[in-house]
Design a protein around this ligand. Structure first.
Ligand SMILES: CSCC[C@H](NC=O)C(=O)O
Ligand SMILES: [Zn+2]
Ligand SMILES: [Zn+2]
Length: 408
């Protein structure tokens, strides 16, 4: 597929730009408009469309292309419909206009994360259907809300529902990241998000005095211990060229709270941290480490979790995994270079892997800077269209994986 001039834009690009104009932006996404758009796509494609309301106002939309062998497990193509907020004044173009410049770059929130992929799935299925193909395995496209704020009103609930069970997903594709080089990154695992709030309590009093055992001193100790750990992990990453970012644990101090006035020593202060724990870390030992940093700071220092993922899973990337074998073979046939990695952030893949569905995070965007969540998020139309082509090769391969031992 090649891109065309402005007077004759490729219809897949036009559809992509239409979807980008729907304001599914957090914290108040217009999910109704997205669901209506997807229902219309289902109608146009002749696919069934199921709407599963996992929480009031939070609908998972499922478009299904049935396979010829209903005894086989299905392929699940997942994408989220919400996008992150923007700093409008920092953009070169309105982030919800889907402006295309003279070179073919489409500027919009969601251009990379991940409205491109939703439309690429839909357009690949449209092409394959149009060409008269049918595959043994059923293909389900799931469009889920709420991913950008943790998936708690989206995929986390959906995987627990009978409607999800009924899909009989054997393998899933979900989002990954762009790659600025010629290669494509594919993610086989993710780090576990641990959001930790440390609260320190101590003696209050007048700001002019040498008060002992203050909340601030003890919080400072914990902050120092955690930032020293951060430095250690950073050095470990820097000193080993074989390690990728997702393979070490990261942490950032993201919030400091407490205090009422310059001259009042507060009795309570807190610090919040965003930890991303590498999948090979012993989580029990890691929690004990947190405990001991707090204890070492003194009495009255506790921590609580805002988020604590305990089920890191790894999708095997060797030929023992028939899904990987099919995926990597199809990529090889297209001459795509794959770089398998652990995703530094968290996606809905973690919920799928946790219920036993092997998943790969793949956003087919090479020669593209990673601009998700950034100002001027954009994607070149030619890269977008190449992605549609890539899925038209991946889907037949995945949906034709022969019966697994567990399926015969
Ligand atoms: C950990 S819940 C929030 C999920 C979010 N996902 C995408 O950016 C992330 O911060 O990784
Ligand atoms: Zn995303
Ligand atoms: Zn995102």
């Amino acid at each position: 597929m090649t891109s065309k001039g402005p007077e004759e834009e490729h219809p897949s690009v036009t559809l992509f730009r239409q979807y980008l104009r729907i304001r599914t932006v957090q914290p108040k996404p217009d999910y109704g408009a997205a669901v209506a758009f997807l229902e219309e796509r289902a109608r146009q494609l002749g696919l069934s469309c199921q709407k599963v309301e996992v929480a009031p106002g939070y609908v998972v939309t499922v478009l299904t292309w049935p396979g010829t062998n209903p005894t086989l497990s299905s392929i699940l193509l997942n994408s989220h419909t919400d996008v992150v907020p923007v700093f409008k004044e920092c953009w070169s173009h309105d982030p919800f206009e889907a402006f295309k410049d003279s070179e073919g770059y489409i500027y919009a929130r969601g251009a990379q994360d991940m409205k491109c992929i939703s439309i690429q799935y839909l357009e690949a299925v449209r092409m394959l259907k149009m060409e008269g193909h049918q595959f043994p395995r059923t293909i389900h496209m799931t469009f889920v809300p709420d991913e950008e704020v943790g998936g708690h009103q989206g995929m986390e609930l959906f995987v627990q529902r009978p409607e999800f069970q009924a899909l009989r997903a054997g393998f899933a594709l979900d989002e990954g990241l762009a790659n600025p080089t010629d290669a494509f990154t594919v993610f086989y695992s993710e780090r576990s998000p641990w959001w930790v709030r440390v609260t320190s309590t101590g003696k209050p009093g007048h700001g002019s005095r040498f008060i002992e055992d203050t909340a601030a001193e003890k919080l400072h100790k914990v902050v120092s211990s955690i930032l020293a750990f951060r430095e250690k992990e950073w050095q470990r990453l820097q000193s080993n060229p074989h390690l990728k970012e997702g393979a070490v644990t990261s942490v950032n101090l993201t919030k400091l709270e407490g205090g009422v006035a310059y001259n009042v020593v507060p009795a309570t202060m807190s610090a919040s941290f965003d930890f991303r724990v590498a999948p090979d870390v012993d989580l029990k030992a890691f929690e004990e480490q947190l405990q001991s940093w707090c204890q070492a700071a003194g009495e009255g220092v506790t921590f609580e979790f805002g988020q604590k993922w305990m089920q890191p899973q790894v999708t095997p990337t060797d030929d023992s995994n028939p899904w990987w074998a099919a995926f990597s073979r199809a990529c090889k046939d297209m001459n795509l270079t794959l770089e398998p990695e652990i995703l530094p952030a968290a996606t809905d893949s973690r919920y799928l892997r946790a219920v036993g569905v092997p998943a790969l995070g793949f956003s087919p965007m090479n020669r593209t800077p990673v601009l998700l969540h950034d100002h001027d998020e954009r994607l070149h139309e030619a890269v977008f269209l190449r992605g549609v082509d890539i899925y038209t090769r991946l889907l037949p391969a995945l949906a034709s994986v022969p019966a697994l031992p567990s399926e015969s």
